[in-house]
Design a protein around this ligand. Structure first.
Ligand code: SF4
Length: 72
């Protein structure tokens, strides 16, 4: 049994690091876009996926946006 568990662990280790989960809507996240650079904008957030996506909020996402989930 131990060998089976070990083999399963190896398979998991080769899989995706992050679990899949539904993204929040822009409304749920309090997402807004301003027309000029600001503190805490999407372009500086750890969740931003350029050029226009986000790991946790539904896109499209502007680099000049921000939301309640911002994290640097
Ligand atoms: S601030 Fe971060 S979490 Fe929020 S929409 Fe922009 S990139 Fe996504």
């Amino acid at each position: 049994m131990r060998g089976v568990a070990g083999a399963a662990g190896l398979v998991l280790a080769d899989g995706p690091v992050r679990a899949e989960f539904p993204k929040a809507t822009q409304q749920q996240a309090g997402y807004i876009v301003r027309n000029e650079p600001q503190a805490h904008m999407c372009a500086q957030c750890v969740y931003f996926i350029g050029p226009s996506d986000c790991e946790v909020v539904e896109g499209p996402i502007s680099p000049l946006g921000t939301c309640d989930y911002y994290e640097d």
